[in-house]
Design a protein around this ligand. Structure first.
Ligand code: GLU
Length: 470
């Protein structure tokens, strides 16, 4: 724990009450990028003080989501709940310096005052005990409240929102310690950010109002105030608050739908940050360019079509060997066995053309499966019809011919099939169709000669013979 201001330190501070949703993932990404862009540190703090709403399951989902997104944090994740004693220590220091005081008001009293303020159109500041500590009742429970400055104004030079000013009289004397002595979130977040040496707080603009009150604690403790950047929230394509229908899902849902972390990082980066008109920005590039100045001021709109397009781009862009692990388990489920080394090699060759029209990982599955099906292949009804009658002896001859074609490359294979058709007085299509049926079982497939090249001589001949002999 350090109190001086080192280089840049950012943090992501999720409350573990649910999965890592898309807005949180973007906040985490910006903090991660800003730290990485500046050679700083990116920390993770789990804000688990709300015992009733925090769950281990949510912590696991957040950690898994961060890992899937590729947002590795520095050091161990910090548990906010584990710092309670330290939070209390700061509350006591604030009491000792006269910046905080005990409040003996009951819930009923506070409720009544709040209602009165609403009726009168005045600000409820919760400060009834502020000036009468000498009247403290013996043995009555109390909370500890922050003594907010009165008069004057507080300005935040927010990196995204610009200068934002609030009159100090608007600030309520927020509770620091509850009657049972536990710290509030408002206290905990400040103490932890300070103790973790956080220099830049990048978070959703739903926290902007909190910042004005949080700053008063920094001032009272004589701590360096961090730089703030409050990012506008994500809205749906219709401009309304992001709902499940719009894509307000956990990142694991995006993983299940077949999106790549590379595409999600690019998409979430552009959803709120810009670099000229660039749409395709690799993570490597983003680390070079990312800054707080280019975060947009307006709310961004989530657009599934754009995620799909970017994902299609990364399916084509990624090295097939890097892409393969993303489809491996689904593919293994589909074909019913663990992929062999030979099959993996075939897939690495096949992926570039399979990816040409694909948007999501599942779009690659059917095309991939024909490179790993176990012989003899199961035929679709259509393929079965194409593999009947007079064509079968012809296929046996084609198989013989394939034994000697050299080199085993798409071009030579194609010329071989063309001349074979001519010699046997068959239209090329009449020959290609059953060959394709025998090799794919009727599955969606690309260029036939390219498919043969990837399958290899041995497998091609064997699949043909399976049908010719059937
Ligand atoms: N735990 C807070 C939340 O999940 C974030 C607090 C902060 O970033 O300051 O909304």
């Amino acid at each position: 724990m350090t109190t001086d201001m080192p280089d840049i330190v950012t943090r992501f501070a999720p409350s573990p009450t649910g999965f890592l949703h898309i807005g949180g993932a973007r906040t985490a990404l910006y903090n991660w990028l800003f730290a990485r862009a500046n050679g700083g540190k990116f920390l993770l703090r789990i804000e688990d003080t709300d015992k009733e709403r925090s769950t281990q399951e949510a912590i696991d989902a957040i950690v898994a989501g961060m890992k899937w997104m590729g947002l590795e944090w520095d050091g161990e994740a910090v548990s906010q709940a584990a710092q309670v004693v330290r939070h209390q220590e700061v509350a006591n220091a604030l009491l000792a310096s006269g910046n905080a005081y005990n409040c003996y008001a009951t819930q009923e009293e506070l409720g009544r005052l709040r209602d009165e303020a609403r009726t009168n159109g005045t600000k409820f500041r919760g400060d009834i005990w502020r000036e009468k500590q000498d009247q403290a009742p013996e043995g009555q429970p109390y909370t500890v409240r922050m003594k907010m400055p009165r008069g004057g104004a507080t300005t935040i030079a927010d990196k995204v929102q610009g200068d934002v000013t609030v009159q100090n009289d608007e600030l309520d004397d927020m509770i620091l310690l509850r009657a049972d002595g536990t710290p509030t979130y408002m206290l905990a977040v400040i103490v932890d950010d300070h103790d973790m040496g956080v220099t830049h707080i990048i978070r959703g603009d739903d926290h902007l109002n909190n910042a004005f009150r949080q700053i008063q604690v920094y001032k009272a403790m004589d701590w360096a105030i961090p730089v703030y950047a409050h990012i506008p929230l994500i809205h749906g394509p219709d401009g309304k608050k992001l709902s499940k229908r719009h894509g307000a899902l956990g990142v694991e849902a995006y993983e299940e739908m077949g999106f790549l972390p590379e595409a999600m990082r690019n998409y979430l980066l552009r959803l709120g940050w810009s670099h000229g008109d660039d749409e395709i920005i690799s993570t490597e590039q983003a680390i070079k360019w990312f800054n707080l100045e280019n975060i947009g001021k307006g709310p961004s709109r989530f657009d599934f079509d754009k995620v799909d397009n970017l994902n299609g781009h990364y399916l084509r862009e990624l090295n097939p060997a890097v892409l393969l692990p993303y489809l491996q388990s689904d593919l293994e489920n589909l074909v019913g066995h663990t992929l062999t080394a030979v099959e993996k090699q075939r897939l690495i060759k096949a992926i570039p053309s399979l990816a040409e029209r694909a948007k999501r990982i599942p779009d690659l599955l059917e095309g991939s499966s024909l490179f790993c099906n176990t012989r003899p292949l199961q035929l679709s009804d259509k393929a079965a019809k194409q593999l009947a009658g007079d064509i079968l002896p012809v296929l046996a001859n084609v198989a013989d011919g394939f034994e000697t074609v050299s080199p085993w490359e798409a071009d030579t294979l194609k010329s071989f099939m063309m001349s074979f058709a001519e010699e046997n007085e068959l239209k090329p299509g009449k020959l290609m169709q059953p060959i394709r049926a025998a090799l794919t079982g009727g599955k969606q497939s690309g260029d036939l000669a390219a498919t043969l090249e990837i399958l290899g001589r041995e497998e091609t001949v064997a699949r043909l013979r399976d049908q010719a002999a059937a």
